[in-house]
Design a protein around this ligand. Structure first.
Ligand code: HEC
Ligand code: HEC
Length: 340
């Protein structure tokens, strides 16, 4: 187990060093420099990021039921908090707070990630402890500081509501059960996809969808190695990595919490300390503050931190602005309207 991990760590490092030396070459030759011009062809198959699918094939009745459950405050212990309280769909699927407020105004221990596109993440939570969206739901519903609910009470509440009783009966043979509530909420979450961002239009062949400045930001993002971690359909969400791969991000901090330990808090393996699931960067421009501990208030700051601690690069302000401009093109649409 240990040996295998070390091998993996070694492989990661080699990938990194390879990426880094490529970058250095670029830099020495004076960047930005001529890269092959983008054509429709190279804007698709060869890119490390792919566009979100335009169709999802979800049962619309389950999506509608899950939508109601997601906004249902009565699922919480004192009927004051719904999933949507912390994952507001009108504000990017987050609360834009450093830490969320749960029932009784309790302050949570970690920044709330967005629910938009969560269906495209290979695991859920910052430390990747939930394998599926269905498994994830037990967390907030029963957490004493979030919704403070219990499943028996939640099921009783739903069973007393004629609307929910009828809808569950129509969709599920066994009516209102924990598994069916999870199925409906998770189906709704899978519908929270945000296609048609300008970047996706670009990937689909509309090369005019990005300005030169944004495109130069994307090229820089690839060239310095951001895409070794933020890649795939969700521009992240498909692996775990250490925060502070090049330089210890937590050096000298005396206020570290369990949440800062990353996967270590689950596995208790030293090599999992500070290891987090790489977050998706879709819609990232509208979901401040950033990082699991909200230690970056702005996107620019998050980009600087990433470049320094993950890649060993001190980016100048113009390069930060380029990457920030590119990341802003990842803001997509929900129900046909641009997210904001
Ligand atoms: C009190 C605020 C709060 C409430 C209420 C809440 N969440 Fe969350 N949610 C969070 C926080 C904070 C996290 C990150 C926790 C972690 O990673 O340890 C999170 C994480 C998630 C994630 C994982 C996203 C990712 O990228 O890993 C999903 C999905 C999610 N919540 C859905 C829900 C659903 C569904 C409900 C209702 C059943 C809900 N949340 C209720 C604050 C909340
Ligand atoms: C070695 C893998 C790795 C590389 C390389 C990397 N990141 Fe990250 N990125 C992560 C991880 C892991 C996190 C989550 C860290 C945390 O909050 O604990 C993250 C978080 C972020 C966030 C904050 C997202 C949010 O919702 O809070 C942004 C923005 C970001 N990265 C951008 C970049 C950019 C830009 C680059 C290139 C300069 C980059 N990343 C390179 C792994 C990486």
């Amino acid at each position: 187990m240990k040996a295998r991990y070390k091998w993996m760590a070694g492989a990661t490092l080699i990938t990194f060093l390879a990426g880094f030396s490529l970058f250095q070459n670029d830099w020495q030759q004076g960047s930005p420099r001529a890269l092959p011009a983008y054509s429709d062809a190279d804007a698709s198959a060869s890119e490390p990021i792919s566009p979100l699918p335009l169709t999802l094939n979800l049962d619309p009745r389950k999506v509608a039921l899950g939508d109601r459950l997601f906004h249902e405050k009565r699922l919480s212990g004192d009927a004051t908090v719904a999933c949507a309280s912390c994952h507001n769909l009108k504000t990017g699927g987050v609360d834009r707070l450093a830490r969320s407020r749960g029932i009784g105004g309790q302050l949570g221990g970690i920044n709330a990630p967005t629910v938009f596109n969560s269906g495209f993440n290979y695991r859920q939570f910052w430390n990747a402890r939930a394998r599926t969206l269905e498994d994830q739901i037990d967390g907030p519903l029963q957490h004493s500081g979030e919704m403070g609910g219990t499943w028996p009470k939640a099921l009783d509440t739903l069973a007393l509501d004629t609307h929910f009783r009828t809808e569950f009966a129509a969709l599920y043979r066994d009516g209102i059960t924990v598994a069916n509530v999870k199925d409906a909420i998770a189906t709704f979450e899978r519908s929270l996809s945000t296609p048609n961002s300008r970047f996706d239009l670009f990937l689909r062949g509309n090369t005019a969808a990005l300005s030169d400045f944004e495109l130069s930001g994307y090229r820089l993002f690839k060239r310095i190695g951001c895409t070794s971690c933020h890649q795939g359909v969700n521009v992240g969400g498909n692996m775990v990595q250490k925060l502070g791969i090049i330089e210890n991000y937590f050096e000298g901090r005396t206020d570290l919490t369990d949440a800062d330990q990353g996967r270590f808090s689950i596995t208790h393996l030293e090599e999992d300390r500070y290891v987090f699931r790489v977050p998706s960067l879709r819609n990232v421009a509208i979901t401040p503050p950033y990082l699991h501990d909200a230690s970056a208030q702005t996107l620019e700051k998050a980009i600087q931190i990433m470049a320094r601690y993950q890649l060993g690069i001190d980016l100048g302000s113009n390069d930060v602005a380029r990457i920030s401009a590119f990341l802003s093109t990842l803001t997509g649409e929900y129900k046909g309207g641009q997210l904001q």
